[in-house]
Write a protein that binds this ligand. Structure first.
Ligand code: GLN
Length: 483
């Protein structure tokens, strides 16, 4: 039962082959048995899950239908869930029970989603390895000695290990696409503003975007359908109609213009990944796509710009966690300054503290123009590169990551080495564009992802290309041994 995709579950429930309650019991037992190896959950919510499953079964018995009605899912632990711990992977929020549901959580619950729990993540979504969580590192089910990617590593490991069919995640600089690549999943970062950020604990507000992690493009379409849409509570949410994503999956790729940036294949890319990306291009050519070399000349400036803008926004967003308004409070403070210092010093881990310091420095008087303002100018240049490219091509294709998943601990002493691994993903966040990663093969038994980028609001096009690719390849069906 645990091998079923969301689409297969929806058919099985509609055909009364099993109930949501039965499926939920099976998955909860599987999580109890297997998750100790992976550490992919921070909190489990079996009582909530079983009551939602029973309610979904009752709604179906009353004639209701819907692809997500009775579908088991989990939420990255930065989506607020009413009455349930929402930790953001941090000691700072270890005892925080959100007083309300995030819009994404509420929408998926209304559609009949069954919440099995809250998934592990890098602290405050900062990281690419899921090693900075207060709740411990997450392991990659493809090789337990390797990282699953981050920051949505818990959602990715759980879905890849068939503990559940799909989960929510967020992507500020690649945290949906990179863990998807590292664990052989399909993950979609929507256009900035497509999915409400209300109730999603902020890391870098101008870059953060929620989206689905699943095994197939077809399932990403189903989950995105439940997540997307205008939300008056989020002032950056965009009031555009949500198309029927499943309806776009079967479009022909005849004549689709694929742009392949020459900058993507420079030094730093594992040549074995380059080969797999070229194979995926050939596969899409067989389906009628035409390939064109393009250029994104400002790509080389994207990492430094991102690692100024994201920490700058984080330093501002995280100022509310001071032991007074929100978050962990130290014991017996001597005075207010002592309370702030020790509460924040105890509550935040090393990576979060590093970013707060970098961000506060970049925003400080005297350095603002040299760092933050300059980074914003680069951000515009990165966007302009994409706008020029999309005048010539329909999608942009390349590797999701320069290397496969590294060993746990391998980059702990060198944070910049980890930042460099984000080279292919962060440009989409800087520009606000939608991006998808899908399985493209293996290197040394570890999964490799191919990334597709599209113009604003063309999530349907990304899902269409990925679905057609998945109809003609079987990488996405491979299962990690032992799961
Ligand atoms: N690795 C990037 C960072 O650490 C992206 C994280 C994310 O997308 N949340 O900032």
């Amino acid at each position: 039962m645990h091998h079923m995709t969301l689409a297969e579950i929806a058919r099985g429930l509609a055909d009364k082959k099993f109930s949501s309650e039965e499926l939920t019991q099976v998955l909860l037992a599987r999580i109890a048995q297997l998750d100790p190896q992976l550490n992919s959950f921070i909190s489990l919510t079996p009582e909530l899950a079983l009551s939602q499953a029973k309610a979904a079964d009752a709604r179906r018995a009353n004639g209701e239908s819907g692809a997500l009605l009775g579908a088991p899912i989990a939420h990255k632990d930065l989506f607020c869930t009413q009455g349930i711990r929402t930790s953001c992977g941090s000691k700072m929020l270890d005892n925080f029970k959100a007083p309300y549901d995030a819009t994404v959580v509420a929408k998926l619950a209304a559609a009949g989603g069954v919440t099995l729990g809250k998934t592990n993540m890098d602290e405050f979504a900062m990281g690419s390895a899921n090693e900075s969580s207060y709740y411990g590192a997450v392991k990659n089910p493809w090789n337990l000695e390797h990282v699953p990617g981050g920051s949505s590593g818990g959602s990715a490991a759980a879905v890849a290990a068939r503990l559940l069919p799909a989960a929510t995640a967020t992507d500020t600089g690649g945290s949906i696409r990179q863990p998807a690549a590292f664990t052989n999943l399909t993950g979609l970062k929507p256009t900035y503003g497509r999915v409400s950020r209300w109730g999603m604990i902020a890391y870098a507000s101008s870059l953060d975007q929620g989206g689905p992690l699943a095994r197939t493009a077809e399932d990403c379409a189903l989950l995105l359908q439940g997540m997307a849409g205008f939300d008056p509570n989020d002032s950056t949410s965009i009031d555009e109609p949500v198309p029927d994503y499943s309806a776009s999956l079967n479009g022909s790729l005849q004549g689709l213009r694929i742009g392949v940036p020459k900058e993507y294949f420079g030094a730093g890319l594992d040549p074995r990944i380059a080969d797999l990306i070229h194979n995926s291009i050939k596969e899409l050519e067989k389906l009628g796509a035409v390939v064109k070399e393009i250029s994104l000349p400002n790509m080389q400036h994207a990492i430094p710009a991102y690692y100024v803008i994201a920490p700058a926004e984080a330093s501002s967003n995280l100022s509310r966690f001071d032991g007074v308004r929100f978050g962990h409070r130290c014991e017996n403070p001597e005075n207010l300054i002592d309370l702030y210092k020790r509460s924040r010093g105890e509550g935040f881990g090393a990576e979060v503290q590093r970013r707060i310091m970098v961000g506060a420095y970049a925003l400080s008087a005297g350095y603002y123009d040299a760092y933050y303002l300059k980074a914003q100018k680069i951000r515009r240049l990165v966007k302009n590169d994409f706008m020029a490219a999309f005048n010539e091509v329909d999608i942009i294709l390349g590797p999701t990551t320069p290397n496969p998943a590294w060993k746990l601990g391998a980059k702990n002493s060198d944070p910049v080495a980890a930042y460099l691994e984000d080279v292919y993903t962060i440009t989409a966040n800087l520009a606000g564009l939608p991006g998808l990663s899908m399985p493209a093969g293996f290197v040394d038994g570890l999964p490799v992802g191919v990334q597709l980028l599209a113009p604003y609001f063309q999530e349907g096009r990304l899902l269409n290309v990925a679905h057609q690719y998945q109809q003609n390849t079987d990488w996405h069906t491979r299962t990690p041994t032992g799961f």
